[in-house]
Design a protein around this ligand. Sequence first.
Ligand code: NAD
Length: 495
Amino acid sequence: MHEQRTYSSFIHGSFISAPSQRADETRRQVLAPADGSILAEVYDADVTVVDQAVQAACDASAAWAGRSRTERSDVLFSLADALAAESERLARIEARDTGRPVVETREDVAATVDQFRYVASAVRVHQDELVQHTPDSYSMIEREPYGVAGLIVPWNFPFLIAGWKLAPALAAGNTCVIKPAELAPLSILELARIADSVLPPGVLNVITGDGRTGAALCTHPRVDILSFTGSPETGRRVAAAAAERTVPCLLELGGKSANILFPDAPMEKALVTAPMSILFASGQMCNAGSRLLVHEDVYESVLEELVQRFRSIRPGDPLDETTRLGPLISDEQWRRVESYVAEGQNSGARLLCGGRRLTGGAFDRGYYVEPTLFADVDPDSVIAQEEIFGPVLCVIPFRDEAHAVDIANNSVYGLAGGVWTRDWARGVRVARQIRTGTVWVNEYNLVPSGSPFGGYRQSGFGREVHMHALSEFSQTKNIFVSLSDKPVDWYALEQ
Ligand code: NAD
């Protein structure tokens, strides 16, 4: 199987030739977070390259938008098949590039393939509408693509998030320029290579680089819609760039989700799922269940159980089938997590386990951090309010339902949450009061195709994963048709 070691941007169906001048300045190494080894070298796209990519997408736009829904659907089914045929290779590339265990990245690739198939099916029934106003007047409401979609993806789930954006954007008839994160671009570059066998040139283009490349995409005058997943700070810049040019933008900006455990919870499942909801992807997950709210009647027994489970999670090489905890993405991310651990200790929270970098043997070369559990966390404290993006769980006791809802809603974010109770009515009642885009009841972290995913408040706006995303990437045109020759005469004298 071909393994490319040097990449550049993928434009109009091929990787562009490397810039001959200033090559060293524009070339960056992509490192494996597990051991610091060099996985690939990638050339950054400067404004000229970004412009070429957008131009390629513009040139391909009319023909792609002109295809019928059925034709676009067929192409996306073929793309899903092509990705499925290389799923194991893609999962291993993603595991090495992000540091996430391959048992996780296999799930991502499968979910991405499924997302393409789901959207390929959904676009066939995402029909236009005919509204009859009077017996002889109608609105033909047609859905049209925006044109060129600029898509920006973070490093934690690059392949999955790329699929969540690309599938509906393409199905709706847009052409795309996608920018992966500089820390983990490889699976998206491989996706483009595979897509080349089924998509016309220019329909999917990839530009590589850091925030400067992303900013050049956001400010490009021929990009018609933006979709971004990443940090709130960068999200605000993307939104400002979109506002400056009056183009729509969709934002998914992380969260500080509360997972609420009532004493009548299905406890065995809850105690397996709650650790997973913060340790999956080493906690580098926008919907991580990073605040666990536990009813005071079961508080101490739950803490004891959690400590056992946190200590038993197996860290290791992402490609090892038995590994359940990989490294953080970078040294910078480790330092960020370390500073939050110190902040938590200073805040008076009880550190029950973890908090240190894993060292010794192979761990010395990666950015591994112990699963970390803080109890008695003040809901107003920094570690309960800010997104840590590491395997750090903040446990907070609560008295009753109203108290739990108050704590859960004490956040600027509104992405997700969980409620654990065998009282189904209470589960739904509490879910309705939590101001987030998703609330799981007796579950956490499952986002199958068809689950609308996106945030309230500072977690952003717009929905992915559900067929609503086809509407996000379409604009409606109202063609008002009259069958009558009789004028609507405003000026006629009243009889
Ligand atoms: P980021 O938001 O800066 O990067 C996300 C993407 O945006 C990357 O592709 C990046 O190159 C690009 N980007 C950066 N600056 C840009 C700009 N001005 N215009 C357009 N695109 C730009 O996130 P990060 O620096 O990789 O991580 C910082 C923190 O963000 C993390 O510690 C974590 O808390 C959070 N984060 C959240 C998510 C999420 O899914 N919500 C994902 C990654 C990171």
